[in-house]
Design a protein around this ligand. Structure first.
Ligand SMILES: Cc1cc2nc3c(=O)[nH]c(=O)nc-3n(C[C@H](O)[C@H](O)[C@H](O)COP(=O)(O)OP(=O)(O)OC[C@H]3O[C@@H](n4cnc5c(N)ncnc54)[C@H](O)[C@@H]3O)c2cc1C
Length: 513
């Protein structure tokens, strides 16, 4: 009886986008459906091939591409890493290995025998060939932290992308019989839902599915046609190359702006980069403290007593003071921290201090600060929520992270006067690419790279109704992507389970009794 109705339920799911969001969703769906052999599941994975502009690659990037091709890995059709972890990127586009462990842990639900660290060790020879420099790609010494022995530290993001692709292949090879995966090498163009059926269209195909998960990631805002050849988006970085002028302005001094500035300086023969941000401040490197620290002031409990942005600021100021004391460091004061006159000296001091001891207030407070808004937003009225967001944005440069090797390269570039930080903003409405400086003057640099953040690839235009069969998975960190994917997969499996019960009820006369 069981086998008679088992195959009667056929579920079709489309996932658009095979970056970490799409892959995590796929992973969670497969895990859940493994335990549901009564449902025959067909998953379509839509991922258009990536076009690589080889003329804009540095020699080590090109060598890597050729080597990977020789061993049968096609970089234009990889799965799992998406844009952010694509192996064609320069090796100085790094991330902290412990992000992989903390945020998006494939160890827990791995599809073959290796976790990221084991995989790196097993592939040391290949990785040493692919990333011989493991740092700046030309004219610089390999950074001491760039070693495959210390994988908990910094690794090129592309290595993680190769790992994810290997995991994807392993998952595909181990699919149970009742789950099929079909790759569609095309982009999702449109989708519509009528009752409980979703129609998904690509340029050449029309698929009818029960569920759609849109995991198409982020993209940069569109560039004006008048700017062609002068203004570029930071990613994908093979859209620009040796055609950049000797002086380049990078707009946005977050981790993306920093790595792109270093890429231009070290790999693309750019003589000088101006890194532009609202406060002429950049990001500090992530440091893992060896001692624990618990916030006394900057807590949800204290906010509950007085749920205002003003209170959040007072609590943070108090916490900083206490934390500096606990770390035996002189407290420079709130104003000095927010208005750093000499960023190069500030960064140098920070690197020296944290070299002596990683127990620094910024290291202790990075997670409490960066997660504070999410922790307290339900306590706050809308206007106070905005105030808290503004506060976090104001202090973010102290707490948000980049890798230590990148920070050291950045310091070297600042000291060599090849990199300078300036306050100002890019004016996106101007036909001539224009920078507005803090003193009101305008400049029109010849080469501008925008590293100012993302907008979603396709606006989520589907209704958020309870009977929607279309979901979106995206996030700005591995951990947020991870939890969103888990969530969406669990909603879909719950609905399918309900459907399975319904089918068994209808089909099996025994079960009707
Ligand atoms: C510079 C940078 C550094 C980061 N470093 C870290 C870090 O150290 N730690 C951390 O936790 N997080 C980090 N993040 C954040 C996080 O990892 C990313 O936000 C996350 O990888 C996004 O993955 P995604 O799959 O949503 O998007 P993407 O990687 O953009 O993947 C989306 C995929 O969808 C495809 N696609 C697009 N449109 C369509 C369509 N219409 N149809 C089908 N497919 C489509 C794309 O080709 C792509 O493959 C970093 C992000 C950036 C930008």
């Amino acid at each position: 009886m069981l086998t008679r109705w088992r195959c009667n339920l056929r579920v079709r799911i489309a996932i658009a986008g095979a970056g970490v969001s799409g892959f995590a969703t796929l992973g969670y769906l497969v895990e859940a459906f493994k335990a549901m052999p009564s449902a025959g599941v067909l998953i379509y994975l839509l991922q258009p091939p990536r076009e690589i502009h080889t003329e804009n690659l540095s020699a080590p990037q090109r060598d890597r591409l050729i080597h990977l091709k020789n061993i049968g890995i096609n970089l234009s059709q990889l799965f799992g890493g998406g844009h952010v972890y694509h192996p064609v990127q320069p090796s100085l586009f790094t991330f902290n290995g412990n992000s992989a462990a903390r945020g998006f842990n494939f160890v827990a639900q791995r599809y073959d025998t290796s976790d990221y660290f084991e995989w790196v060790q097993a592939n040391r020879r290949l990785l040493a060939t692919l990333y011989p420099d493991f740092a700046p790609e030309k004219g610089q010494q390999r950074h001491r932290d760039h070693t495959l022995n210390d994988i908990q530290g910094t690794t090129p993001r592309g290595v993680y992308g190769l790992y994810l692709h290997a995991q994807f292949l392993a998952l595909k090879a181990h699919l149970p019989e009742h789950i099929a995966l079909q790759i569609i090498p095309e982009a999702l163009q449109t989708f519509t839902q009528i009752e409980q059926k979703v129609t998904v269209k690509t340029n050449t195909q029309k698929l009818s599915v029960d569920y759609l998960v849109q995991a198409t990631g982020h993209r940069f805002a569109a560039l004006r046609s008048e700017w062609v050849g002068h203004v570029f988006n930071a990613y994908p970085c093979d859209r620009y190359g040796y055609n950049l002028p000797p002086q380049v302005t990078v707009v946005g001094a977050g981790p993306a702006g920093i790595e792109v500035a270093l890429h231009a300086l070290h790999n693309l023969n750019v003589a000088q980069v101006t890194l532009l941000s609202r406060r002429a401040q950049s990001r500090l490197p992530q440091v893992e403290p060896t001692e624990s620290y618990e916030c006394q002031w900057f807590t949800r409990e204290k906010m509950r007593l007085q749920p205002t942005a003003k209170n959040a600021k007072a609590l943070l100021q108090q916490e900083l003071k206490v934390c500096y004391q606990a770390c035996n460091l002189p407290y420079p004061g709130w104003d000095a921290l927010l208005k750093i006159e000499d960023y190069s000296t500030f960064l140098e001091n920070y690197l020296q201090t944290t070299n002596q001891s990683p127990n620094h207030p910024f290291a202790h407070l990075v997670r409490p600060v960066m997660s504070f808004y999410d922790q307290v937003k339900d306590l706050l009225p809308a206007v106070e929520q905005i105030g808290v967001l503004q506060l976090i944005n104001q202090v973010k440069p102290l707490f948000a992270t980049q890798s230590r090797p990148c920070a050291e390269l950045m310091l070297a570039a600042l000291q060599a006067k090849r990199l300078r930080l300036m306050a100002g903003e890019f004016l996106p409405e101007q036909v001539t690419p224009t920078i507005l400086h803090l003193d009101g003057t305008q400049a029109h640099p010849d080469g501008i790279i925008l590293a100012t953040g993302f907008v979603p690839s396709i606006p989520p235009f589907y209704p958020q109704s309870s009977d929607t069969r279309c979901y979106s998975v995206m996030g700005t960190s591995l951990s947020s992507v991870h939890s969103r994917a888990a969530n969406v997969a669990s909603v879909i499996t719950r609905l399918v389970r309900r459907q399975t019960l319904h089918v068994s009820f209808v089909i099996s006369p025994d079960l009707q009794m």
